[in-house]
Each structure stands twice: as structure tokens, then as C-alpha cells.
Design a binder for this molecule. Structure first.
Ligand code: NAD
Length: 250
């Protein structure tokens, strides 16, 4: 492969499923060497790797829990060492929970923060350590449209994704001009997390209530990641791109 990203090295967390998987496959199609980092059972990540290899791309799997500092540090340093450098990190691993605030135990809040905020922080810190030494690299953090809109019954999740946006802007300032750090804030996207198959028709209507009148496909989010990784995004840092069907306009 000979495109502008060919031969570059990427880590994508949460890449065994959903949006992370879609981004990893899209980056591999552009010729990037991709480390699939996920806490899921090895078969799930191995299946993503097998798909990429079958399509002529290059990838390998690393099992890690991003909410565990030692596991996250080992995953990033090991993957970057194995690839001989790191051009791109996509911080995509995430979890969600919903329920009335008044019935939400602290443990639910802590779990969401541990994965979505602490995981993004630790993985990002270690990747940026490598990129700072190289004086080169890009980071894409996956936030959510809900960080912009808020959502009843989802306040811990919304807060975690707001924190991801704030970290993005702070890192963009701290590591300029060598490293570009941006966020993607997807609207509802057809993945196992959204679980359309088990969604009530009332809730589905709510998720589809944007000007485009539908839920996003994973490929539509992955295309934004490819843009942010590529030569068209050299003047982009600290930005949030929100492919959300027009639900939030700002
Ligand atoms: N699907 C949506 O509608 C939507 C919308 C906006 C933002 N997002 C965000 O996109 C990201 C991906 O979500 P998705 O919809 O693809 O969900 P998903 O559940 O399909 O995939 C999430 C992946 O993250 C992994 N993961 C979870 N906790 C982890 C941990 N501690 N360590 C390592 N890996 C871990 C899971 O194993 C899974 O493979 C998340 O950050 C999510 O918050 C999703």
C-alpha cells in the first residue's frame, strides 16, 4: 500500500468491537500497522486481526485493561516497541451505564470514570511520552455527542465524555506544535454498546431524532478518524468533530 498513512504505526484501544474495530480496520486499509488493544477475550481481538490480515493489512492484538495502570502502560510501551514507534493513538475503549441519578450507586460512577477517564488518561500519557520523544504523533480521543448535549439518566457517562474533551484540549496545548490531539464526538452509532436489537421503539425514535433521521454506521465515524490521522488535518488540534446527524450544531 502506498497512501500517505502507509507504514505508519497506530494503537487503537477498544478495537475488538464497534467503533474501535471500525477505526482499526479503516486505518489498516490505509496501510497503517495497527495494534488492537482491548480487554475482551482474545478471540474477539484475534478475529479483528484475522479480518485485517485477510484484507492484506497488518495488525496484532494486545489484551489489556485500560483502567488498570500497569496493564495500560505495558500495552502501550509493548505495542510501540514491537512496531518500532508510534504515529497515532486512538483512545476508544469505553463503557456506558444508564439509570435514574437518585438510584445510581457510586460504584457505577467509579467504573465509568475508571475506564472512560482514567483509561484515556493513562493510555494517552504513555503514548504522548513516546510521541514527545519522537517530536511527532497524533492522538484521537473518542468522546460523545452526549458530552455536548447531556442526557437524562446518563450523567456519569456524559461527565466522563466531557472530561475526555477537556483532556483533548489540554493535551493539544501542552504538546503543540509537534503532536496533534483531537476528539471525535459521535452521535448514536450502530454497535454492541448501543444494542439496537434490544432497544424499545420509543428509545430508538429518540436516538433517531436528528435532522438526518437515523443512527450512524461505524464506517461513518471511522472516516472521521482517517481524516484526523491524515494529511488533510495538519492544521487541526484541540478540535472536536461530531458526526451526529445534526443533533448538536455548534
Ligand atoms: N455506540 C455509540 O452510540 C457511541 C456514541 C458516542 C460515543 N461512543 C464511544 O465510542 C467508544 C466505542 O464504543 P462502541 O459503541 O464501539 O462500544 P463497544 O461496546 O462495541 O466497544 C467498546 C470496546 O471497548 C472495550 N473496553 C471496554 N472497557 C475496556 C477496558 N477497561 N480496557 C480495554 N478495553 C475496554 C470493550 O471490550 C469493547 O471491545 C466508546 O468510548 C463509547 O463511549 C459510542
Amino acid at each position: 500500500m502506498s497512501g500517505p498513512l502507509a507504514g505508519q504505526k497506530a494503537i487503537v484501544t477498544g478495537a475488538a468491537s464497534g467503533i474501535g474495530r471500525g477505526i482499526a480496520c479503516a486505518l489498516a486499509r490505509e496501510g497503517m500497522h495497527v495494534a488492537i488493544v482491548d480487554r475482551a477475550a482474545a478471540e474477539a481481538s484475534d478475529a479483528v486481526v484475522a479480518g485485517i490480515l485477510a484484507a492484506g493489512g497488518s495488525a496484532f492484538a494486545v489484551q489489556a485493561d485500560v483502567s488498570d495502570e500497569a496493564s495500560a502502560v505495558a500495552a502501550v510501551t509493548g505495542a510501540a516497541r514491537g512496531m518500532g514507534g508510534l504515529d497515532l493513538l486512538v483512545n476508544c475503549a469505553g463503557v456506558i451505564a444508564d439509570g435514574p441519578l437518585l438510584d445510581t450507586p457510586l460504584a457505577v460512577f467509579d467504573r465509568i470514570m475508571a475506564v472512560n477517564v482514567r483509561g484515556t488518561f493513562v493510555v494517552g500519557r504513555e503514548a504522548l511520552r513516546i510521541m514527545a520523544a519522537q517530536r511527532h504523533g497524533r492522538v484521537i480521543n473518542i468522546s460523545s455527542e452526549l458530552a455536548l448535549l447531556g442526557r437524562e439518566q446518563f450523567s456519569p457517562y456524559c461527565a466522563s465524555k466531557g472530561a475526555v474533551l477537556s483532556m483533548t484540549r489540554s493535551w493539544a496545548r501542552e504538546f503543540a506544535p509537534w503532536i496533534l490531539v483531537n476528539a471525535i464526538a459521535p452521535g448514536p452509532t450502530d454497535t454492541p454498546m448501543l444494542d439496537i436489537g434490544h432497544m424499545s421503539s420509543e428509545w430508538r425514535k429518540k436516538e433517531e431524532s436528528n435532522p438526518l433521521g437515523r443512527i450512524a454506521k461505524v464506517e461513518e465515524i471511522a472516516a472521521v478518524a482517517v481524516f484526523l490521522a491524515g494529511p488533510g488535518a495538519t492544521f487541526m488540534t484541540g478540535q472536536c468533530i461530531s458526526p451526529n446527524g445534526g443533533a448538536a450544531m455548534y
